[in-house]
Ligand binder design. Structure first.
Ligand SMILES: Nc1nc2c(ncn2[C@@H]2O[C@H](COP(=O)(O)OP(=O)(O)OP(=O)(O)O)[C@@H](O)[C@H]2O)c(=O)[nH]1
Ligand SMILES: [Mg+2]
Length: 423
């Protein structure tokens, strides 16, 4: 009943993240006798398992930006990625609009759909797709966005934006009529707030006049969206940002005026579907977003191992628990943006005091970990199995995401492991 560890060995021998293999480990589990038994014992786990599949079955987040030319759409995407992935232009329109574009930078990936709205050339028929709304519809029918960011320059919030909101309404209708149950979120973004008076104040804009002007711009955009956005059931949200970054000819970041990008990412995270959460967490690098997803992963694995442990388990079947725990720890490493190298796994285990010596393939790590379980006797309880998973999961979060001190993590793990044995 142990899991075949070939996949896992390959996974950890590769230096790059290989989600396909991670997924296969999972699939092997659900199709194993043990996996089927777990689902039978606890039907509720089925939903959580489905959630887990979705997280594993990941795809990049899909973000649609709507904003006038020069409103800062490309700059905002670059601000998320921290690089000059997209061309930013002060004079000439830069980003090709109305088509899905996949942007990759390092191990970050995002799909964007850029639209300048109906502002320019609404009447000028495009030979292939017709008007702006018609051509954007074609892209939306291909794939729906998870989030629509409606960008308005801070200095333009009072510049007839009702027409831009009309366009937003049109886009939203196309999404809803093609994907009725999609939960696309609409976030108003006040961009380039650094340009508001007083302009010589820099992030974090710790100046009451500046803050007041930012607030006025946000309030104005909110009121306009509240008045003109058709679907009154949508919870509107407006976030002010500054996204300016300047790079030198070698691509080094020489000036960084980014502000409040984290807040925007946290807002977006609230509505990102499970399948895109993993990639979203990696893209934004926002700790809060990463830990929320990691917690979810820990809870699911705690429930699964707890259910397995509720059946009396002979020591020979313990590797399946450790394999699941290793998968969990790998997922947390991945959420944090680390690669799934064997090295990071070993480092993490060493940090919490589990010395796996020279183990160089996953099977040996699993075997080493199983030995720890034997201390609990021939059979272990569900509480202990689930509890141990939770302790290792939290330790992994502290290690990979919160960058906590190893000694602190180790002490907590020791204390908690002793505590659950007394239960
Ligand atoms: N000061 C300041 N300038 C910004 C900010 N964001 C963008 N810009 C500048 O505004 C100009 C337009 O930015 P882009 O990101 O190219 O705008 P866009 O909406 O993608 O423009 P198009 O692709 O042409 O529609 C560039 O000169 C940017 O450097 C910001 O937060 N502050
Ligand atoms: Mg652009």
């Amino acid at each position: 009943m142990t899991m075949n560890s070939d996949f896992s060995d390959n996974m950890f021998n590769e230096s790059n993240v290989n989600y396909e293999l991670l997924k296969k480990i999972y699939e092997e589990f659900v199709n194993s006798t043990m996996g089927k038994l777990v689902i039978k014992i606890s039907p509720k786990l089925k939903n959580e398992l489905r959630d887990l599949i979705e997280i594993l079955n990941f795809r990049p987040p899909r973000v649609m930006t709507i904003g006038r030319r020069g409103s800062g759409k490309s700059s905002l995407i670059n601000a998320f990625l921290g690089t000059r992935a997209l061309k930013v232009g002060s004079v000439i329109a830069q980003t090709p609009a109305n088509e899905w574009l996949t942007i990759e930078s390092g191990n970050k990936k995002i799909e964007i759909l850029d639209s300048r709205g109906a502002g320019e050339g609404e009447k000028v028929k495009n030979a292939v797709h017709g008007t702006a709304l018609e051509s954007i519809s074609a892209a939306i029918k291909e794939k729906y966005p998870d989030t629509i960011l409606f960008l308005v320059k801070a200095k333009e919030v009072d510049a007839n934006i009702e027409h831009d909101i009309e366009f937003l309404n049109g886009v939203y209708k196309v999404i809803k009529s093609n994907y009725s149950d999609s939960k696309v979120s609409v976030i108003g973004v006040v961009t380039q707030v650094d340009e508001l008076d007083p302009i010589r104040v820099y992030p974090p804009f710790d100046n009451s006049f500046k803050q007041e002007n930012i607030y006025t711009a946000v309030k104005h955009l909110y009121d306009m969206m509240y008045k003109y956005f058709d679907d009154k059931n949508v919870k509107l949200n407006v976030v002010p940002v500054s996204a300016y970054m300047q790079f030198d000819s070698d691509g080094r970041l020489v000036d960084d005026l980014r502000w409040n990008i984290d807040t925007l990412a946290e807002e977006m995270a609230k509505n990102i579907p499970s399948q895109a959460q993993m990639a979203f967490a990696k893209m934004t690098e926002v700790k809060k977003v990463q830990s929320e997803i990691a917690e979810k992963v820990v809870n699911i694995f705690t429930a699964i191992t707890g259910t397995i442990g509720a059946e009396p388990i002979p020591a020979a079947d313990l590797p399946i628990l450790t394999s699941l725990q290793i998968t969990m720890i790998s997922m947390i490493a991945a959420v944090s943006g680390r690669s799934l190298e064997l090295k990071s796994m070993k480092e993490m285990l060493a940090a919490i005091g589990i010395n796996i010596g020279g183990a160089f393939i996953l099977r040996e790590i699993a075997r080493a970990l199983s030995k720890l379980w034997v201390g609990y006797g021939n059979a272990i309880s569900g509480a202990i199995a689930g509890g141990t998973t939770k302790i290792y999961g939290r330790a992994a979060i502290d290690y990979f995401i919160n960058n906590k001190d190893e000694n602190v993590i180790r002490k907590t793990v020791d204390k908690e492991l002793i505590a659950i044995q007394k239960v």
